[in-house]
Design a protein around this ligand. Structure first.
Ligand SMILES: *Cc1c(COP(=O)(O)O)cnc(C)c1O
Ligand code: SF4
Length: 330
């Protein structure tokens, strides 16, 4: 399998996602009666599945772990009082539009509100992206904030998905950060190399590696079945370019909440130059309660995983607490 070389392919895939419930049912052999329920469940957060990922979903299996991540269900409409629309109280830690400065030494920039896929468990599903669009003035303010605080060594590009920005935009943003002496690392949190592996082109790699900054990419992969040959080729190219590859997952009921699945995930990631970094307990976002795993159950899975893998293949089991100074590792 060779690397995609053109930009047109990924941009086409990003706009040509599956968004019609009837088509989804037809393609995957689901009962078409489901289509109405899917439609109803989409309220406020539409169905969105990129086709390269769709190809990895196995047909005729309503419990396919890749399908469950993207399939709207009416369980999302059940209001759970313990789940909120801004579970991390992020509104309080944003000194400038588009910038979150919550933890020591690093800031997070919401570069783009756009995602290839709509993950049904997403904690940003209610995020007011429209209020956080980065205008040229905002970008100047963000740079000023980073420049004025020399404790900031790392800048994290998040979203949405930061790799849904085009290569020129990324290169411009990165170049202006590289001009700030105390910044040494840029980090991307992205699902795009998995959702649309054609996103990884020589032009992308140039755009993100041509400054002095160290480059880290944290993939968001929840299940080994997400990694096919094309994804593998994309990871390989990123690794060859000297980018450090890590992975972050979310612990999701019915998808990856058992030791067998997580063990296989760590091993497959390792064969693709990627170390498991975090597995997150679900943030309590409204609409995602049906994916939730209790802290006790998570601890048991963690011990089982530690008993069956070398330490470097066991991710940190973590959760985010609104007021904490770092992510809480359990
Ligand atoms: C998760 C997160 C980070 C990064 O935390 P690490 O432990 O370094 O991965 C930084 N800022 C915000 C606001 C975050 O949510
Ligand atoms: S790619 Fe990330 S930000 Fe986008 S919907 Fe999925 S979990 Fe949320």
């Amino acid at each position: 399998m060779t690397l995609a070389t053109d930009t047109a392919t990924w941009q086409h895939e990003l706009s040509n996602v599956l968004s019609d419930p009837v088509e989804l049912c037809e393609v995957l052999g689901l009962n078409t009666d489901e289509a109405d329920r899917i439609e109803a469940a989409c309220a406020g957060f539409p169905l969105r599945i990129p086709r390269p990922y769709l190809q990895r979903i196995r047909a005729n299996n309503p419990n396919d772990p890749l399908l469950l991540q993207a399939l709207p269900t009416t369980q999302e409409l059940i209001e759970d009082p313990a789940f909120s629309v801004d579970p991390l109280e992020e509104a309080d830690v944003s000194p400038v539009n588009g910038l979150l400065h919550k933890y020591a030494g690093r800031v997070l920039i919401v570069l783009n509100g756009h995602c290839a896929i709509h993950c049904r468990y997403c904690f940003r599903r209610h995020f007011p992206y429209a209020d956080h669009r980065i205008s040229p003035e905002n970008w100047t303010q963000i740079l000023d904030h980073i420049r004025s605080d020399d404790s900031i060594h790392e800048v994290i590009f998040s979203g949405g998905d930061p790799l849904s920005c085009n290569d020129d935009t990324l290169a411009r943003r990165i170049n202006s950060l590289a001009d700030i002496e105390h910044v040494s690392t840029i980090r991307f949190h992205t699902r795009l190399p998995i959702m649309i592996p054609q996103r990884v082109t020589p032009s992308l790699i140039d755009a993100i590696t041509s400054t002095r900054l160290h480059c880290v990419m944290v993939m968001h992969c929840n299940h080994a079945q997400e990694i096919d040959e094309r994804v593998s080729t994309a990871f390989d190219a990123l690794h060859q370019a000297g980018i450090v590859l890590l992975n972050q997952s979310v612990l999701l009921k019915g998808i990856n909440d058992n030791v067998h699945t997580l063990k296989e995930l760590s091993q497959v990631l390792f064969h693709n130059h990627t170390l498991p970094y975090y597995i997150h307990l679900l943030d309590s976002v409204q609409g995602a309660a049906h994916f939730n795993i209790s802290r006790e159950r998570a601890s048991i899975i963690h011990s089982e995983l530690r008993a069956s893998l070398p330490g470097y293949l066991v991710p940190n089991f973590a959760m985010e607490e609104a007021k904490a100074r770092n992510k809480t590792v359990i």
